[in-house]
Ligand binder design. Structure first.
Ligand code: GLP
Length: 264
């Protein structure tokens, strides 16, 4: 059983391929329920979706969306909140009927997690889930751990994620160290999953994801168990995978040559 993947030349190619999935999804089900992700990886995809919408080739009017995660606590209008990010990059630019994110302003984080799960379940679950991947293999803010939550949960971020995201916060801003994230169970219940992995910085974690193993400390490995998941990578992120597979091929050829040589 292999996790399906498509390796494309550039970041732009990955964004276009991912956008094609949305085009197809909306053709098949105009009232699809999406789950979007944040981070720098999907920005090009969002730009492509906006372009297609503006060109009249995409209509989100019957669709609605959720998002994977949100810092906690954080104001919706904080420039680093995921709510703000999504409005700036996508929601304010397309005609989505409704969007929801975990509420970083809720007074009770645990109660907010339960409320968010109910909202997702009332919407009928997620049709198409978009995932990025953290350098440590996190999806959403499900950080490497011994056990993983089924539903939305209130989590502490790891040093790795805090550092990776610190580039977005200025020195005088207090960077949140906790977040609300959709759980692994909810992610896995999505009907389809697409994951985008781009850039050389993700080459190592991409390699780990495609090893023929389930690493318990790489939350993204759960996606390998999903029946309808696909990963889009650019060549930079696929660097180690391509080197590994090239070496494997050479070894096989050598082994066959040695064997036929022995017999000759
Ligand atoms: C954040 C988000 C993840 C995202 C990850 C990778 O931590 N919670 O959903 O996948 O960052 O971000 P980037 O695409 O910037 O590498």
């Amino acid at each position: 059983m292999h996790l399906r993947r498509i390796i494309l030349d550039t970041y732009e190619d990955v964004c276009r391929a991912a956008a094609d999935v949305y085009t197809k999804q909306l053709e098949e089900k105009s009232n699809s329920v999406f789950c979007f992700a944040t981070g720098s990886t999907p920005i090009g995809l969002y730009e492509e979706l906006v372009r297609r919408y503006e060109a009249g080739n995409l209509d989100f009017s019957k669709a609605r969306s959720f998002n994977l995660d949100e810092y906690y606590p954080i104001k919706k209008d904080h420039p680093q909140s995921y709510n703000y990010f999504m409005r700036q990059n996508l929601f304010d630019k397309i005609n989505l009927s409704k969007y929801s994110l975990p509420n970083g302003e809720a007074s009770d984080a645990e109660a907010e997690c339960l409320r968010y799960d109910m909202e997702i379940s009332d919407a009928g679950g997620i049709d198409l889930m978009l995932l990025g991947i953290g350098h440590n293999g996190h999806i959403g803010f499900n950080e490497p751990a011994v056990s993983y939550p089924m539903g939305t949960s209130f989590v502490k971020l790891t040093e790795s994620s805090i550092n990776a995201n610190s580039r977005f916060f200025s020195a005088d801003e207090v960077q949140p160290t906790e977040a609300l994230t959709m759980g692994i169970g909810e992610i896995m219940r999505s009907k389809k999953i697409i994951m985008m992995i781009t850039g050389e910085g993700k080459a190592e974690i991409a390699m780990k994801l495609f090893e023929r193993k389930i690493h318990s400390d790489v939350p993204a490995c759960f996606v390998k168990l999903h029946p309808n998941a696909i990963v889009f990578l650019d060549r930079a992120a696929a660097r180690d995978i391509l080197v590994f597979e090239e070496n494997l091929k050479k070894e096989r050829i050598k082994a066959v040559q040695e064997w036929t040589g022995l017999r000759g």
